[in-house]
Design a binder for this molecule. Structure first.
Ligand code: CP
Ligand code: NVA
Length: 250
């Protein structure tokens, strides 16, 4: 596992998952690897492929991740880039199915910043056939994709099965101006417009009383810790799928 950003859930869940599957992990800080110096992505990917059965990268550049995947002969797992966070969405969909049954046809409403996690919900919507609504400031609205854009947060929240948000300041965006996100804060007023059994989700880490209030987090609707736990179970499924497809016996 290679990281150029912080992580609690992704790192811990992959480490525990690999151990539970009977394997081993090596964790590297990208800063300490030659890839941060002069070594090419191609050479790094080819050498890694000789040492390990699979690799997970949390790196800012999605382009670089794609390049690594193209050059490697082992499975390369996206542990979050500036573009997307697919492992998170696997755990999120699992959590929705655990709490509410089949995700197909559910109304999932995303509030706040349109970021890497939101973009992955967008990729998942046509695959799992759920209704995705994005409610965010106008200048961030997605220009295409499988979501309906609803600028008014109250209209967006109506009859939602799932209300989901994320930090307004993703890693690497420190110092960003956040006032424009305030209307999209998930609070009890917004939750009251959703269905009675609606759940609240957040990939964490949370900036309490910014994107979501403490009051919402204290309700039964909040499933954030089950969602975090499901990172572990989803990671095992992802690892098993990748390794089996690569012909590696677990
Ligand atoms: N949700 C998530 O990916 O958390 P970490 O940044 O702690 O890995
Ligand atoms: N959007 C957040 C997700 C963290 C898991 C970030 O990129 O920092």
């Amino acid at each position: 596992m290679v990281f150029d950003k912080r992580s609690t859930r992704t790192r811990m869940s992959f480490e525990v998952a690999m151990k539970q599957l009977g394997g081993h992990t090596i964790v590297m800080n990208a800063e300490e690897m030659q890839i941060t110096g002069a070594e090419s992505v191609d050479d790094t990917a080819k050498v890694l492929s000789r040492f390990v059965d699979a690799a997970m990268f949390r790196i800012s550049s999605h382009e670089k991740l794609r390049e690594i995947a193209n050059c490697a002969s082992i499975p390369i797992i996206n542990g979050l880039t500036d573009h997307s966070h697919p492992c998170q969405i696997m755990a999120d969909l699992m959590t929705i199915e655990e709490k509410l049954g089949a995700v197909k046809g559910k109304k999932i409403v995303w509030f706040g910043d349109y970021n890497n996690v939101a973009r992955t919900f967008m990729q998942a919507a046509p695959v799992w056939d759920f209704e995705l609504v994005i409610s965010c400031p106008e200048d961030l609205r997605p220009s295409d994709g499988a979501a309906r854009y609803v600028p008014d947060p109250k209209s967006a929240a109506e009859n939602a099965d799932v209300i989901v948000t994320d930090t307004w300041v993703s890693m690497g965006q420190e110092g960003k101006f956040i006032d424009k996100f305030m209307p999209y804060q998930v609070n009890e007023g917004l939750m009251a417009l959703a269905k009675n059994d609606a759940i609240f989700m957040h990939c964490m880490p949370i900036h309490r009383n910014q994107e979501v209030t403490d009051e919402v987090l204290a309700t039964q609707a909040s499933v954030i810790y089950d969602e975090a736990e499901n990172r572990l179970h989803a990671q095992k499924a992802i690892l098993t799928w990748c390794l089996e497809n690569a012909g590696v016996t677990i």
